[in-house]
Design a binder for this molecule. Structure first.
Ligand code: FAS
Ligand code: PHB
Length: 390
């Protein structure tokens, strides 16, 4: 098989890039290790920045998001009984965020690919990237007993943290930066009315909690748990009781509980791989970087990678101008690191760190007290939360 751009990974990053390039007549093939049902069974991000929603509209995939997504003009931060509303609309010059689950984003992208006869090949095995530094790279993969080959101009590694693409960059070329947090998030999805019309990020001495949602009848909640915890350690009742203990009493009293329809523990880490280009391989999304979800920057960091890569490839194929591709890694990393910083700051601010010293606990108290008292601090928080410009 031949194509112009071979994309490894059928998650949101790979699908969005494939859709955008297709609309400009640039041919792609997407290789996905899992089945479509498996990909669509994942429960992940819930908050979309303005930049991401714009890209979905540009990809002609924004209709259901615009119809079913909820515009949020602010969110709450609680500190035990204190509750602060961060007015995103006021402090970001009128910007907002959209609450619309990544699962639905991915579903919309798959449906668009189908509508346009896009080539997404599922259940591929043993993907190997070849001749990345030549001008004729190619990809091989196994389908059943058959090994197939795709010749292409470029390979995009959109295959997430555990993918094969980043590992195809020689160790003496790749620089990795990682920070592993000493706790995880236990997440629950339940068909219950959200406790609050806007998200609540809760700081509590027992640990962090987050009240989010997917719609007005589908709630998404998280509590910080030790890394040693297993999902089976947590009954639904134990989860609801712990969540209520970490929320202001006026909020906890209104919590509608119900059976979990999904329950999982995600570890928290910050990770960046540099460079995001090697020869004719470009990394995008979780293949190159991971953030702790506290700042809702995971999926949204992938969006700016896709924006830069889309315009770089368009410049090459339409105008013979390779400046976008040459500058991709440096430009993408500049925004990736700002998302890392914000996610690190929000995580430091709101979580209970085991083995922390008393001085750092007081520093956390003071950081929150300053945020609650300073419009300048809330303006900084707001401009990062709605998304820095691409
Ligand atoms: P993805 O990991 O989504 O997609 C990569 C795709 O590549 C997968 O479908 C995988 O099957 C495929 N693949 C892997 N190896 C392959 C191979 N060798 N060959 C072919 N295909 C291969 N972000 C937030 O903003 N908020 C959150 O609350 C949040 N929660 C998260 C919870 C969990 C458990 C995880 C893992 C992530 C979470 N994230 C969250 C981040 C998440 O939303 C990512 O940022 C987002 O999925 C990035 O999308 P992709 O870059 O497409 O990577
Ligand atoms: C979610 O709804 O899953 C969600 C929202 C905001 C975050 C993290 C997760 O910061």
């Amino acid at each position: 098989m031949k194509t112009q751009v071979c994309i490894i990974g059928g998650g949101p990053s790979g699908l969005l890039l494939s859709q955008l390039l297709h609309l400009k007549g640039i041919d792609t093939i997407v290789l996905e290790r899992q089945s479509r049902d498996y990909v669509l069974s994942r429960i992940r991000a819930g908050v979309l920045e303005h930049g991401f929603t714009e890209l979905m509209r540009e990809a002609e995939c924004g209709a259901r998001m615009d119809e079913e997504g909820e515009i949020h003009e602010g969110f709450f931060i609680s500190d035990h009984e204190d509750l602060l509303r961060v007015d995103l609309h006021k402090f970001s010059g009128g910007q907002t965020v959209t609450v619309y689950g990544q699962t639905e984003v991915t579903r919309d992208l798959y449906e668009a690919r189908d509508r346009m006869d896009g080539t997404v090949i599922h259940n591929v095995e043993d993907v190997v990237l070849h001749d990345l530094t030549s001008d004729r790279p190619h990809v091989t993969y196994r389908a059943g007993d058959e090994t197939l080959r795709i010749d292409c101009d470029y390979v995009v590694g959109a295959d997430g943290y555990h993918g094969v693409s980043r590992k195809s960059i020689p160790k003496d070329v790749l620089k990795e930066y990682e920070k592993v947090y000493p706790f995880g998030w236990l997440g629950v999805l339940s068909r219950t009315k959200p406790v609050s019309p806007e998200l609540i990020y809760a700081r509590h001495e027992r640990g962090f909690a987050l009240c989010s949602m997917r719609s007005q009848v589908l709630s998404r909640y998280y509590v910080q748990v030790p890394l040693t915890d297993k999902v089976e350690d947590w009954s639904d009742d134990a989860f609801w009781t712990e969540l209520q203990r970490r929320l202001p009493s006026e909020v906890a009293g209104q919590l509608e509980t119900g059976p979990s329809i999904e329950k999982s523990i995600a570890p928290l880490r910050g990770y960046v791989a540099e460079p995001m280009r090697y020869g004719n391989l470009f990394l995008a999304g979780d293949a190159a970087h991971i953030v702790p979800p506290t700042g809702a920057k995971g999926l949204n960091s992938a969006a700016s990678d896709i924006h830069y890569l889309y315009h770089g490839l368009l410049g090459h194929y339409r105008d013979g101008d390779d400046s976008g591709l040459e500058g991709y890694s440096e430009k993408a990393l500049a925004r990736v690191w700002k998302a890392q910083r914000f996610s690190w700051w929000m995580t430091q601010l709101l979580h209970t760190f085991p083995d922390t010293i008393a001085y750092d606990r007081r520093m956390q108290d003071t950081e929150l007290a300053y945020l609650f008292s300073s419009e300048a601090a809330q303006r900084s928080l707001a401009e990062n939360y709605v998304g820095l410009p691409f």
